[in-house]
Design a protein around this ligand. Structure first.
Ligand SMILES: *[C@@H]1O[C@H](CO)[C@@H](O)[C@H](O)[C@H]1NC(C)=O
Ligand SMILES: *[C@@H]1O[C@H](CO)[C@@H](O)[C@H](O)[C@H]1NC(C)=O
Ligand SMILES: *[C@@H]1O[C@H](CO)[C@@H](O)[C@H](O)[C@H]1NC(C)=O
Ligand SMILES: *[C@@H]1O[C@H](CO)[C@@H](O)[C@H](O)[C@H]1NC(C)=O
Ligand SMILES: *[C@@H]1O[C@H](CO)[C@@H](O)[C@H](O)[C@H]1NC(C)=O
Length: 627
């Protein structure tokens, strides 16, 4: 079995804070193994994570999905932005209240604040008439064949069945005033025989699913020789709910057959059937965050998984995508002629409305971005270092040392601006002027030339920090700005990103701890060291009644042999996502007997404190998405 040496970094702030645990401060040779609990096999029946469902996640839960560009994430929920917070750059759109808005984002933000007004058309308002959707020939009011009148077109038209899916059906029902969307993509209806003969022309529609009216979806006109089937829908009403056996209950109250959960299709209308998945069916794609996305959203140029992996390794499928876009490209007269399935059938497609989905993506690209968690490229090729090895300049550009008078007692993590994150047990607000923050430090006996030493303006300790249980062991240090400067400037420091969701990383992910930990036999270490650890699930088994899952994470090594040493509290546990962006996932907090090896290390779960941190440092400094 592979032997990995890892430095576990649990230096208690002072000897006294270690006492009461066990009082011993020596290195222990590890003999016991940490068994990684293995996940049960995923089968059709247990695709859904029942425990997760209790959180009632929907398309507005920003710990699971990205918010729309006209929303921002506050306390885990996508909330409406104010229109002025939208990017200014864009072209006007017209709303059903007869008003023109400077951009699509402005209109959607206004609609988000005052539901009822909806998108009408791209461009300023004209007198070209309205948009309407109707259901026809159905045997109930909530169902029938869908007819649409587009802005600027003088007649109503049917929709072709071949372009109609649950996403479009839900939007049609939202538009018609059924807030839970569609029950079925097909309704029972009386189908007039001559209609069947006449339908050689119909509208193709494509929606993304977040639209509140079909007017936001993209329409084109399809003409073929010979008739085609037309789209119908049955919208959801509580009395139409036929309660399948053991139904899946959506957060919006609708019931769907359980086999339609975790298939990448938003059947619920609020996406709640796709957000708590252990696996995905019908070829849909499982994000590491437990969300199923449609397969066509993988490698489509837009990141859908909050964990980013749906747009990684996309070279191969790129060709396929190009191919797909040429199909919808129009020729010079705006018509696309293709030989359809039967070469003798002539098909013509004419694009009729603006592509607001592309506009949404464009707006998204204009949102303010912060830069964090990405190291400068390393020029020299280096061999991969196994854990517990010395770090080199630039390896951990977010690592700082906190010097208290003459000693380096704790580590910290630079998160941008003038701000450093550390453990509450490392610092005291009253001692702020005693501390120094050393950035870019590697060896504190022979400090390297890049080191910058900063003085401390103030220390903020979490108000619910409990020194007995180590709950909320988190603190912020604001560094002093230099005379005459508006910002804190560190040429060699790069902030680590602050995680906003507890679903960004999972048990078994490999992460990195770093610090000036003590060596074997309590020898002092002067040089920054690092080691790899795995995130572990359910650490209550190691620390009964002392591990608080919401506030703490635990990490150790899976394959047994660990050389445990004491290290710096307050330092980083960082994890790197699929796009090589580094997040500060934990702050070194405590461990049994300051690093008794059979007990994994416990870290403050930073994702749980995103709102606390952003309250103090300002949302714009750490919000990567939708400030
Ligand atoms: C179908 O076409 C015929 C002849 O053009 C017309 O009389 C009839 O009203 C049409 N039916 C429908 C439902 O549009
Ligand atoms: C909307 O219309 C404007 C002209 O008013 C045009 O420049 C713009 O490209 C259109 N947007 C989309 C998404 O088609
Ligand atoms: C810390 O937690 C313990 C155990 O829950 C509790 O008894 C104690 O009152 C708490 N202390 C503070 C300062 O909140
Ligand atoms: C976590 O560990 C505790 C204690 O060993 C055990 O009772 C519990 O069932 C475990 N939970 C899970 C989800 O594995
Ligand atoms: C991330 O970094 C690794 C190692 O440096 C590299 O192999 C991989 O291609 C990178 N991935 C992305 C998405 O940039």
């Amino acid at each position: 079995m592979k032997r990995v040496h890892v430095v576990l970094l649990f230096l208690c702030f002072s000897l006294s804070s270690c006492e009461g645990r066990d009082g011993k401060h020596r290195k222990n040779q590890l003999t016991k193994k940490h068994e990684l609990p293995s996940a049960p096999a995923v089968t059709q029946e247990n695709l859904v994570d029942e425990k997760c469902l209790l959180n009632k996640f929907t398309h507005r839960s920003c710990s699971k999905v990205f918010c729309q560009p006209w929303e921002r994430c506050v306390d885990g929920t996508c909330t409406c932005k104010l229109p002025y917070q939208c990017p200014k750059n864009g072209t006007p759109v017209c709303s059903t209240n007869g008003r023109s808005y400077p951009t699509y984002c402005h209109q959607k933000s206004f609609e988000c604040l005052r539901p009822g007004t909806k998108f009408l058309n791209n461009g300023t308002c004209t007198t070209k008439g309205g948009f309407s959707v109707t259901l026809n020939y159905g045997n109930v009011d909530s169902g029938g064949i869908v007819k649409v009148k587009l802005v600027g077109q003088d007649k109503e038209m049917f929709i072709c069945k071949n372009s109609w899916g649950m996403v479009e059906a839900n939007v049609a029902c939202f538009d018609l005033g059924f807030p839970q969307g569609a029950l079925h993509t097909q309704a029972r209806f009386y189908y007039p025989e001559d209609l069947r003969m006449n339908s050689t022309e119909c509208l193709q529609v494509h929606c993304r699913g977040f639209e509140t009216t079909l007017a936001e979806c993209t329409f084109s006109k399809r003409r073929v020789l010979g008739y085609q089937d037309l789209a119908s829908v049955l919208c959801y009403t509580p009395d139409a709910d036929l309660l399948p056996r053991e139904p899946f209950q959506c957060v919006n109250g609708k019931h769907i057959p359980p086999e339609r959960a975790c298939d990448g299709v938003n059947d619920c209308g609020d996406q709640s059937d796709e957000l708590c998945c252990k696996g995905c069916q019908h070829g849909s794609f499982l994000c590491k965050s437990g969300v199923c996305i449609p397969n066509q959203h993988k490698c489509n140029g837009e990141v859908d998984c909050i964990t980013g992996e749906d747009e990684v390794g996309c070279e191969e499928s790129h060709d396929r995508r190009i191919h797909a876009t040429t199909r919808s490209r129009t020729s010079q007269d705006g018509l696309l002629r293709t030989g359809a399935a039967h070469p003798e059938v002539q098909e013509e497609i004419e694009i009729l409305t603006a592509d607001m989905d592309t506009e949404r993506k464009r707006i998204k690209s204009l949102l303010p971005k912060i830069s964090c968690g990405v190291k400068r490229p390393v020029h020299t090729r280096r061999k991969r270092i196994v854990g517990g090895k010395p770090a080199q300049a630039g390896d951990f550009p977010w690592q700082v040392a906190i010097k208290d008078e003459n000693k380096i007692n704790c580590g910290g993590i630079y998160i941008g601006g003038c701000w450093v994150l550390t453990a509450a047990h490392c610092v005291r607000p009253s001692k702020a002027h005693h501390y120094q923050i050393w950035t870019s430090l590697i060896d504190w006996i022979k400090p390297n030339s890049e080191v910058i030493v900063e003085r401390v303006e103030r220390v903020i300790v979490h108000e619910a920090y409990n020194g007995t249980t180590y709950q909320n062991d988190i603190a912020l240090i604001e560094m002093k700005k230099h005379f005459n400067q508006k910002e804190c400037m560190f040429s060699n420091s790069i902030p680590a990103c602050v995680p906003w969701s507890p679903f960004l990383f999972q048990p078994k992910d490999t992460c990195i701890i770093s610090g000036w930990g003590r060596e074997k036999g309590n020898q002092k270490v002067y040089s920054l060291r690092w080691g790899e650890v795995n995130l572990l699930s359910n650490c209550s088994q190691f620390y009964p009644n002392r591990f608080y899952e919401k506030e703490m994470v635990c990490a150790g090594t899976a394959d047994g042999s660990i050389d445990a040493c004491k290290g710096d509290s307050g330092g980083p546990l960082v994890c790197v996502n699929a796009n090589n962006v580094t997040y500060v996932w934990g702050i070194v907090s405590w461990g049994e007997n300051c690093g008794q090896p059979e007990f994994p290390g416990i870290y403050t779960k930073v994702a749980n404190y995103f709102d606390w941190i952003s309250y103090h440092v300002g949302r714009a400094l750490i919000s990567q998405y939708n400030v």
